[in-house]
Ligand binder design. Sequence first.
Ligand SMILES: [Zn+2]
Length: 264
Amino acid sequence: MSATVNDIVKIMDSIAPRNLAEEWDNAGFLIGRGNSSIKKIMVALDVSPEVVQQAVGQKADMLITHHPPIFKPLKNICDSSWQSDLLLKCIENGIAVYSAHTSLDSVLGGVNDVLAEKLGLEKTVSLVKNDANCGALGRVGYLPQKMEFEKFAQVVKEALGLSFVTGISAGKTVYKVALCGGAGIDFIAEALEQGADTYVTGDIKYHEAQNAVFSGLNLIDATHQGTELPVVAVLADKLSLRLAAAGFAAQVLTARETLLFKQY
Ligand SMILES: [Zn+2]
C-alpha cells in the first residue's frame, strides 16, 4: 500500500506529538500536498543545500527534518536567498517537508533522550519540569560512576563522533549531568535547581558561560549540530518501523550531513 503525505504526517504527529512543541515553534507539515503519494522519505537535521541536493538526487518525495525551514513569516519565495531557494527546489521537485522540532526535543525517545543515552546517562528525567509525564525540554541524569571533567569531555566528544568539544570546568567532579540538545543555555537555572554538576548543550555564549561556571556548573559545548545529529538515525528507524507496521511500502533514507564547525 502506498502512503500519502497525510499518512506520514499522521505517523510523525504520533512519534513527535505537536502539542509538545513550544509556543514559538513552527513544527509540523510545512510544504506539499497532503494527498501526494510517497515512495521515498529522507530524514535529516536540516533543510540545507547538501540535504536538498541528496533528496533531489535520490528522488525522495518527502523530507522529514528537525529544524523547520520556514520559521518567521515569509515575505516571498524567490531565489534571492539561500533559504527560499531551497524551498523552491523542494516545491519544484515535488518534495514535501515536515519538521519535528521542539516536539521531537521534548518527546520521550526524542533528541534529548537519544543524547542522554549516547552519553551513558541513567535515571534521566526532564530538565525543564512540566505536569504531564510525556517529556519536556532537556534531560538530567547520572553517569554510572563519577568522572573527572577532562575525561568526561573526551567521553562526550567520542560518543557524538566529534573532532572537538569546548568546555569550562567549574572544578566539579562529573556525576549528575544536565543536557539539552541544540541551543539550551537558557536552562542554566533549571540545571542548577536539579543539582547537576555539569551541563552539556550547544551554542554557548560568553556571558551565559560565565553565569553557569561562576554558579558552580561545569559546561560542555558539543555544538548545536553535534548534540542533535544523533536523533536523525533513531527517527529514521522509528519511522521505518511505523510505516512497515501500518503496511506502507515507503522507503526511509537518512541524509549525510557535514559538521558545520571544524577546529583549525
Ligand atoms: Zn536545533
